[in-house]
Every structure is written in structure tokens, then in C-alpha cells.
Design a protein around this ligand. Structure first.
Ligand code: FES
Ligand code: FE2
Length: 369
């Protein structure tokens, strides 16, 4: 047995559900607006559900469960057709049953003959509420699949969506449960080991850090500050950049950089595909001239970062499969503990039918990296 670490870690067991369940009744990023073309049917997977995501003939985004209620053919393999009253319908590729994109109700069963008075509207495929803003398509993942209740919140809007369309979009799938992907994303101590590259920082340049954190809606933020001196990548922006990093349930993290009147927003969205795979979507906006100029460099950098994070998360899976106890060490792992506390509170406030109380207290966290 190894000696206990000098700084007493919090050995409290992880909350039940860590590494298991999903958070429901929240908005998840499903796609970018540009990906959805009218008439094109696309299959996605979200929280273990196959989802057909598309754009109807009027240009509105819609989402249906991608399983035909008749005999389970994927509706995404069918086609979009004009429906009654100016709506749109998805036609199943197997027997041609048609479902309204607006509410999932079955509008036609072609095999019925005139005297078979079967009311097709008794059948419906699950539809998901969709919202589209700032070029992102959000999907409301309700706990109760039969619930017809409207979402009780709207997706977040972000400061710093500037300069027109995103300057960069990168996607990757981590072979990991969303919880470990989130914790990996907010972990401040892995940088010098996982992200060693000359343009970022060298492993020998570690500094004591002290950063101010504040509670924010469904999460917390590292308050606006000048980036660390050993972060070379900020130098391309010139001037005196100030950055703020925010985390929000279920798996959103964004860094908003201001340099004078110019801005950069780097948004990272984690969406579970299933319990062991998580899609990471990285989107960046900016009106900073250096950003346009150095786009290929930034893209290469982001890819490298994601590949490094993905690589270490995949490696970690080799250990996690034995379900070991984990150590959450203050202050470097405090954000990971907040994430777990936020998740617990999310479940508790819904169970108890009361407002959400953010468990995060404003504080300064210190670590070396
Ligand atoms: S399986 Fe879809 S119509 Fe039969
Ligand atoms: Fe990382």
C-alpha cells in the first residue's frame, strides 16, 4: 500500500451515478445549423437514442426518434414529403407510413384500403423539441419519452458569437462516458503532461496558479483574468488578452477572450452518444484579424489538443474498466467535484420539485501547472 498523499485528498465516494446515468430535461447540442439541409434526413445518436434530425420543407429543424413504430426501420433512410396543410412528413422506407415532422403523428398508412377505418393518428413516433440559435441546433432530452410537456428552459446564448459563421468546427468522439470527458476537459493539472508542445508551453515551465471562481447558471466560471504567462498561444492575439472560462451542465465549456474590442469564443460541447462514447464538438468564433490569418494554424492546434485529450481519455478507460475508487484532490480536482455536486443537485431538485440551488461557492483555487 502506498503512503497516503501529504495533502489529504477528499476520499468521499463518487456520487452514485458517476460514470453511469445521463442528465435529462436539459438541452444538448445535436448539430450545427449548416449541417441540416431541407429534405436531407440524418441519423444521430444522443444519450443512447437514435435520432433523425432534419430540416422540414419550410426550413424548420425537427427531430424524431429514428425507429419506425411499425417495424423499426430507421426513418432517416426514408424521405421527406410535403404533408397536409403546408407541413412536412417523413416517409418510412419500408412500408411508406408517413409521420408529421411537427409532432410525430402518423399521417398515412398506404396499405389500408377504403373500408379499413383505422385511425392512423393513434400512432406516433417520439418527437424531440428542437431549438436553433447562434448556428447551433439544440435538442431537449426529456426524461419521460411520452411526456408532451414543452421544455421549461431555453438553450444558453453565448457572448462572443461574432465575425459571422464559425471560424472553426472540429468534432471527435471520445471513447468515454460523458462524466470522464467533462472532468478531463476542466482538469487543470494535465496540461504540462498531455499537451506538451512548443507553441503552448513546455513541461519545465510550471507555475503556481491562483484563479478566482464564481458560481454561474448551472455551473461556474473562472472569472475574467489575464492568461498565464506560460501560455504562449495567446500571444498571437497581441495586446492584453483577458479570458473567462465557463462550465455549464450538461457538458458545455466555453472560453471567451477579449483583446480590446476584439473577441474570440471557443465553445466545447460534449454530447453523450451512449454510455461509453461522447461526441465533442469544438466551435470557434472570432472577429480578431489574427484569427482569420492564422486559421490553419489554429485548426491544427485545436486538432492536436483534441487528439491529445482523446488519447489520454482512451488510455484512462483501460483503468476505469476495473471500476476502481478514484481520488479527488483539492484544489486541482475541485472543479471535477463541483461537476459531481452540480449533477447531484440537478437530480435532487427535480426529484424534490424545487428550484435548483447552485452548490458552487465563490473561491480562489490554487494549483501548479
Ligand atoms: S417499418 Fe416503417 S412503415 Fe413499416
Ligand atoms: Fe486537455
Amino acid at each position: 500500500m502506498a503512503d497516503p498523499p501529504a495533502t489529504a485528498p477528499d476520499l468521499a465516494p463518487p456520487p452514485t451515478g458517476f460514470g453511469r446515468g445521463y442528465l435529462y430535461d436539459l438541452w444538448y447540442v445535436a448539430a450545427l445549423s449548416d449541417e441540416l439541409k431541407p429534405g436531407k434526413l440524418k441519423r444521430y445518436e444522443l444519450l443512447g437514442e437514435p435520432v433523425l434530425l432534419g430540416r422540414d420543407l419550410q426550413g424548420r429543424a425537427y427531430a424524431l426518434r429514428d425507429i419506425c413504430p411499425h417495424r423499426a426501420a430507421p426513418l432517416s433512410a426514408g424521405r421527406l414529403v410535403p404533408g397536409e396543410g403546408g407541413g412536412s412528413e417523413v416517409e418510412c422506407p419500408y412500408h411508406g407510413w408517413r409521420f408529421r415532422t411537427a409532432d410525430g403523428v402518423c399521417a398515412a398508412i398506404p396499405s389500408l384500403v377504403a373500408e379499413q377505418a383505422f385511425d392512423s393518428s393513434r400512432i406516433r413516433v417520439r418527437r424531440f423539441f428542437v431549438d436553433e440559435r447562434q448556428g447551433l441546433v439544440w435538442i431537449w432530452m426529456a426524461e419521460n419519452p411520452r411526456g408532451a410537456a414543452e421544455p421549461n428552459s431555453v438553450p444558453p446564448t453565448f457572448e462572443g458569437v461574432v465575425g459571422g459563421r464559425p471560424k472553426l468546427v472540429e468534432r471527435m468522439v471520445f471513447e468515454s462516458h460523458i462524466d470522464h470527458a467533462v472532468v478531463g476537459l476542466m482538469d487543470p493539472a494535465h496540461g504540462p503532461y498531455v499537451h506538451q508542445q512548443w507553441w503552448w508551453r513546455s513541461s519545465t515551465s510550471q507555475h503556481d496558479k491562483a484563479k478566482r471562481f464564481e458560481p454561474r447558471e448551472l455551473g461556474f466560471a473562472m472569472a475574467r483574468h489575464a492568461p498565464s504567462k506560460n501560455s504562449r498561444a495567446y500571444r498571437i492575439l497581441g495586446g492584453a488578452p483577458e479570458t473567462e472560462i465557463t462550465f455549464r451542465l450538461p457538458g458545455l465549456r466555453w472560453e471567451h477572450v477579449r483583446v480590446g474590442a476584439r473577441q474570440v469564443l471557443a465553445l466545447t460541447c460534449l454530447t453523450p452518444l451512449d454510455e461509453s462514447r461522447t461526441r465533442i464538438t469544438q466551435v470557434m468564433w472570432s472577429d480578431h484579424p489574427a484569427f482569420t490569418l492564422l486559421k490553419p494554424v489554429v485548426r491544427a492546434g485545436v486538432r492536436r489538443f483534441l487528439a491529445q485529450d482523446g488519447g489520454v481519455v482512451n488510455l484512462q478507460k483501460e483503468g476505469l474498466k476495473y471500476d476502481p475508487a478514484l481520488i479527488w484532490l483539492d484544489d486541482a480536482d475541485r472543479q471535477a467535484k463541483w461537476y459531481q455536486a452540480l449533477k447531484r443537485e440537478w437530480a435532487a431538485h427535480r426529484r424534490e420539485g424545487r428550484p435548483f440551488r447552485n452548490p458552487v461557492q465563490a473561491t480562489t483555487l490554487k494549483w501548479r501547472s
